[in-house]
Design a protein around this ligand. Structure first.
Ligand code: HEM
Length: 383
């Protein structure tokens, strides 16, 4: 069954290469105001929808910021195929993507911010990125589909889902930080064709990683340890499932404050793998009063405020993920944690720059893509 579906995917991907695809702009060719003539006002349309969604639920903004990261950080290999299909895929990959090497029968097709995380599973692709365990909790897909529909109505076939995602995540970051996080989005991306759960699992960092593993993971995409620390600051917003921090529930006091560990244990006992807010100040007042009474004054009425509190929380050993705490165990990252804890304005600026940098993770020159009609489905798979 598995072999059959892989063969189907291979055949369809190879066939698709013959009938579809345009050349996306290289990272250096992305342009601010790209849709100025072809879809005037599109950025305002997107912002309007994001503002509306965040008025209802600010957590959606956290989901958008995470989606940007999870879309851009995955570089997808093609599927393993039999020899005949490999030859077809070689043609496909060398035309559609940068072929960065053949590895044990797999051919690598480099990608970046291409909206591949938005693709739903289908008969042709039963295991897209969304299915990867590391992608647990991804959300805001409906909002992006709503925005895409509005944009399609205004200017059909012009604006890619990958660009919509970056615009929406940028707007969310700006709203959640009261405008402190902001940047102009260069656009002109196309939507990719390939989306693989295996690759997402292989490429995205895991919350059980050591600081060295995290640094290596980021370095593989051209991000240094400083940028790892800067981007991790996104964990001042949003939430995580208990299964994402199981190890933290029994870590020693040098790694997690026992009162916070008790709070997490309590929250996790309240359901089957519930999610728990990343920032203790977003927790319900009564729960904080019970477990960490000294923190009640920090509890906020408005949740999910994107700022440098992550660094304060990290130094106080009240962060959710093991990977967050790991940043204290290496001198370079520890120095950066201190620096951003002490300088919120600097973090706002550096986080904006790093998100922009993330958003430019390359769609390689010479690769091909499309403007999807719906963000969850490739056009050539729409019957
Ligand atoms: C450094 C490595 C990173 C690891 C290991 C990591 C891991 C995680 C995990 C396990 C979750 C919770 C998922 C769940 O259980 O539902 C999460 C949530 C989140 N992450 Fe990360 N993350 C990392 C970096 C980043 C970066 C670079 C960003 C964005 C720039 C980011 C933004 C977020 C946000 C906003 C949430 C909350 C999402 C929501 O509430 O919907 N993370 N992360």
């Amino acid at each position: 069954m598995m072999k059959l579906s892989v063969a189907i995917v291979c055949a369809l991907v190879a066939a698709a290469a013959l009938v579809i695809g345009g050349e996306p702009a290289a990272a250096s060719e992305l342009k601010v105001g790209y849709y100025g003539k072809t879809c005037k006002g599109v950025e305002n349309v997107i912002k309007w929808h994001v503002i509306k969604a965040l008025k209802q639920n600010r957590r959606t903004g956290a989901a958008l910021v995470r989606l940007l990261f999870h879309d851009c950080f995955v570089r997808v290999r093609s599927y393993a195929c039999d020899r005949a299909h490999q030859i077809m895929l070689h043609t496909y990959c060398s035309k559609q993507f940068d072929v960065v090497g053949i590895n044990g029968g797999f051919e690598q097709c480099a990608q970046g911010c291409d909206g591949s995380v938005l693709l739903d599973k289908s008969y042709e692709n039963p295991h897209p990125e969304k299915e990867a365990p590391v992608n647990i909790g991804l959300a805001a897909f409906d909002l992006l589909e709503e925005i895409k529909a509005a944009v399609e109505k205004r200017c059909p076939g012009v604006v890619s889902c990958s660009d919509i995602l970056i615009y929406a995540a940028r707007d969310a970051g700006s709203i959640l930080s009261n405008g402190h996080v902001h940047f102009d989005v260069p656009a002109g991306r196309l939507d990719g064709f390939v989306s693989s759960a295996d690759e997402a699992q292989r490429e995205l960092p895991d919350s059980t990683m050591t600081v060295q593993q995290l640094a290596d993971n980021f370095a593989a995409k051209g991000f240094d340890t400083e940028q790892l620390v800067i981007l991790s600051g996104a964990h001042s917003i949003g939430a995580g499932h208990c299964s994402s921090f199981t190890g933290r529930l029994s870590e020693p006091p040098q790694q997690i404050v026992p009162a916070y560990r008790d709070l997490l244990n309590y929250k996790c006992s309240q359901g089957a793998n519930p999610d728990v807010v990343n920032n203790v100040r977003d927790e319900e007042y009564a729960t904080v009063a019970r477990f960490m009474p000294g923190f009640t004054s920090r509890v906020r009425k408005i949740s999910d405020f994107l700022d440098n509190t992550y660094y304060h929380n990290n130094l106080a050993k009240i962060v959710t993920f093991h990977s967050d705490w790991q940043l204290l165990t290496n001198q370079t990252s520890l120095d950066k944690v201190h620096e951003y804890a002490n300088n919120g304005t600097l973090w706002d600026e550096d986080f904006s720059d790093s998100l922009l940098r993330l958003s430019k993770l390359p769609m390689p020159e010479g690769s091909k893509g499309e403007i999807r009609k719906k963000c969850s489905v490739s056009n050539h798979f729409q019957y």
